[in-house]
Design a protein around this ligand. Structure first.
Ligand SMILES: [Zn+2]
Length: 70
């Protein structure tokens, strides 16, 4: 895999990721990603993006459930 900005060879690593939604702020320190050693651009694999979206969905569902029973 090559960087779409500088064409350098991407390396596998981890990067921090933050999700900010209305009332929900999820912060992950180490998410697997491809990182460009030259320009430090990072890309998440589709699987990682799906997992993070699923995580937020679960949190939202739990909050709605809690709000109804409270
Ligand atoms: Zn690059």
């Amino acid at each position: 895999m090559k960087c779409m900005y500088c064409q350098a060879k991407m390396e596998q690593g981890t990067v921090p990721f933050h999700i900010d939604r209305k009332g929900i702020h999820v912060s992950l320190d180490e998410v697997p990603a491809w990182i460009c050693p030259q320009c430090e651009e990072s890309y998440f694999e589709e699987q990682a993006v799906d997992s993070m979206q699923a995580l937020v969905t679960v949190v939202e569902e739990q909050i709605h459930k809690f709000a109804k029973t409270a």
